[in-house]
Design a protein around this ligand. Structure first.
Ligand SMILES: [Mn+2]
Length: 265
């Protein structure tokens, strides 16, 4: 352990924990995966831990979809990080909630419940993907509850792979249409839902993604400080939150040298 820390000190600063979300990796978005792999090697190596707070993938139809190259590549790269001693924790997003133990195991990463409170260098910190905070979007919240019932989940996974791909495609098309009207990702979080989450958990800090509105929000709830960090998506340059005992900061993901500031179409 000490030996590894010495090696990684030269690569990146240690004693910090990193958070990312909403990478939306897909075959059609090679620049995002290139950035992510570069991030794993150059930034996450040597960190105390990496938390992926949902929507690592644009969609996920089941761990048995073993032919997807992006899934295989991501598993290899994440596994290299965990094998080198940096624990990786994964929480489901709304796009990849079917990701299960088999795939997580192949990455060497642990699955987290949503929400969960972790002790982050002494600060009780609530981690969530963020979609449950978008309570103004009632139809989405009904769908979310339904889709995650064990029976529904199980029935979905029992469908032939081809049919699951077709369903995922139509769900993405439907969500694109919905965004022009109302969508959780556009409507943002509900302030009362945020305050409730702080109250119920006793956390002083919250970290989430989903809304694609990176920011640091400071509030006082019941006389206590409440710090909320929103993670960026990786449709553009991408980015991450780095936390130490001193606090957190949002940082851009470094571009792999060739692609510069280019983005996927
Ligand atoms: Mn999401």
């Amino acid at each position: 352990m000490r030996e590894r820390a010495t090696i990684s000190d030269a690569m990146s600063s240690t004693n910090r924990t990193l958070f990312i979300a909403d990478l939306h990796l897909a075959e059609a978005r090679p620049l995002a995966s290139g950035r992510f792999f570069h991030f794993l090697e150059d930034i996450a190596a040597g960190a105390d831990a990496l938390y992926i707070l949902g929507d690592l993938f644009e969609y996920w139809v089941g761990d048995d979809d073993v032919d997807a190259p992006i899934a295989r590549q991501a598993a290899e790269r994440i596994h290299a990080l965990t094998a080198a001693g940096t624990p990786v924790h994964f929480m489901h997003g709304n796009r990849d909630f079917l990701l299960a133990r088999r795939y997580a195991g192949s990455c060497g990463m642990t699955l987290l419940d949503d929400p969960v409170v972790v002790d982050l260098y002494g600060v009780p910190t609530l981690l969530t993907h963020g979609d449950t905070l978008c309570t103004d979007d009632r139809s989405y919240q009904r769908f979310r509850k339904f889709a995650r019932l064990p029976l529904v989940r199980g029935s979905l996974l029992a469908l032939p792979l081809g049919l699951r791909h077709a369903l995922a495609k139509s769900a993405r098309a439907g969500s694109e249409r919905a965004k022009t009207g109302k969508s959780c990702e556009i409507m943002d979080v509900n302030a009362d839902a945020v305050a409730d989450a702080f109250r119920r958990s006793g956390a002083l800090r919250m970290i989430h993604g989903h809304t694609h509105r990176p920011a640091r929000h400071l509030a006082t709830i019941d006389g206590k400080p409440a710090e909320r960090w929103v993670l960026p998506d990786w449709y553009g340059e991408g980015g991450y939150l780095a936390c130490t005992a001193q606090g957190c900061e949002l940082l851009p993901a470094p571009s792999p040298s060739k692609s510069g500031s280019a983005t996927d179409s």
